[in-house]
Design a protein around this ligand. Structure first.
Ligand SMILES: Nc1ncnc2c1ncn2[C@@H]1O[C@H](COP(=O)(O)OP(=O)(O)OP(=O)(O)O)[C@@H](O)[C@H]1O
Ligand SMILES: [Mg+2]
Length: 365
């Protein structure tokens, strides 16, 4: 079990700066997600925590001890890669026991330990089988068993389900999360899939171009994105953005652009200039009495809800409304935004302005 703390960690590959000054803390027993698009520095960050790469500068602490310049062999981390390489000539039980046998653990102890792990993973009945003929799921369980068996301080997984098809992926992600809940081992999990991160993670770090954009529990990151990047990367459809030029004062609870005025959470910081008004699709209501109006350009039926695209003079807006809502392409409609959920951004930096609603939640890079 381990707490892992990253402080101002940076990684350069030659003249290329892959990870910029990153800081966050993974608490003991957490299921922690490193989320971001391809190339943002997830694998590099994980490899530095594991000791497979050394940071160019900054500190890495495991249980309070600075390990930044120590090799992987001194960190006691189990790494689970996407490609689960098993030893093809060994059976299931021998694949799992391999790390213990090579440590020289006595036979009886190995047998007991492998039995326990097999029980946890639900593979007791296949311990004598060759790994060759196993299904993908069982191969994954065997690989996990081999990682778990030596009781590491933490598990690091880099897109472990990336190669699986959607249905099986969902099944395995539930299984991984359930396994974590039984074992309570600190787990760091890399993914570029925002849904997977939201579903599985206790906490999420969102990275972009080597920068930590935000760090927190999934709901805070969803409800109160620290940057436009986070607001767009998380949520499907993403948050709507309406750009306008104007002013908000400190303590302001209204903002206006075009013909309409909108209620917003009391602003803790004022700004004069290019602003972006952000609202999530599910916080919008089609309301004929609302002053902000547009033309319905498309409807997309999704079962219990539908996505309605409305063209406005400030750009297109996507609203998630009940399927029973009778929105017709070509109709004019008013749009009502739930005022408690509005986030204003500085349009040029992309940073969210502080308001009463998002106070204490925003942690920006
Ligand atoms: N050994 C290396 N030498 C040079 N550049 C590297 C090296 N390893 C990674 N990079 C670069 O650093 C950046 C971050 O890479 P990294 O593998 O950490 O991204 P990632 O977020 O894991 O992406 P993906 O989702 O595609 O796996 C990329 O631009 C990559 O090309
Ligand atoms: Mg990667």
């Amino acid at each position: 079990m381990a707490q892992i703390r990253i402080e101002n960690v940076r990684k350069d590959f030659g003249s290329f700066n892959a990870v910029k000054s990153s800081s966050f803390t993974i608490e003991d027993g957490e299921f922690f997600m490193l989320l971001g698009p391809s190339g943002c520095g997830k694998t590099t960050t994980l490899r530095m925590m594991a000791g497979l790469d050394l940071p160019t500068s900054g500190q890495i602490y495991i249980d309070g001890e600075e390990v930044g310049q120590k090799p992987a062999s001194q960190r006691d981390i189990a790494f689970v890669f996407q490609m689960f390489a098993l030893y093809p000539h060994l059976n299931v039980g021998k694949n799992i026991s391999y790390p213990l046998v090579s440590q020289g653990m006595p036979k009886a102890e190995v047998k007991k330990k492998v039995g326990e792990i097999a029980e946890i993973l639900g593979i007791t009945d296949i311990l004598d089988r060759p790994v060759g003929g196993l299904s993908g799921g069982d191969r994954q369980r065997v690989a996990l068993g081999r990682a778990i068996v030596r009781d590491p301080k933490a598990f690091f997984m880099d897109e472990p389900l990336g190669a699986l098809d959607a249905e099986f992926r969902e099944h395995m992600s539930e299984e991984l999360r359930a396994l974590h809940d039984r074992m309570k081992a600190t787990t760091v999990y890399v993914t570029h899939d925002q849904l997977e991160a939201m579903q599985m993670g206790d906490k999420i770090v969102v990275m972009n171009h080597g920068v930590v954009e935000q760090f927190g529990v999934p709901q805070d990151i969803y409800d109160w994105p620290a940057t436009k990047f986070v607001a767009e990367f998380i949520g499907s459809p993403p948050m709507n953005f309406l750009d306008f030029h104007g002013m908000v004062g400190t303590g302001e609870t209204k903002v206006s652009f075009g013909e309409a005025q909108f209620n917003i959470p009391a602003q803790r910081e004022g700004m004069n200039g290019d602003l972006t008004f952000g609202v999530r699709p599910e916080h919008i209501r089609l309301d004929d009495t609302a002053a902000f109006r547009g033309r319905i350009a498309a409807t997309e039926y999704l079962g219990t809800t539908q996505i309605v695209t409305v063209e406005t003079s400030n750009g297109a807006i996507k609203a998630r409304v009940a399927s029973s809502d009778t929105a017709k392409v070509g109709d004019q409609t008013g749009l009502h935004f739930d005022p408690r959920t509005i986030t204003l951004f500085d349009a040029s930096s992309g940073r969210a302005l502080h308001s009463e609603a998002n106070e204490g939640v925003l942690t920006h890079g």
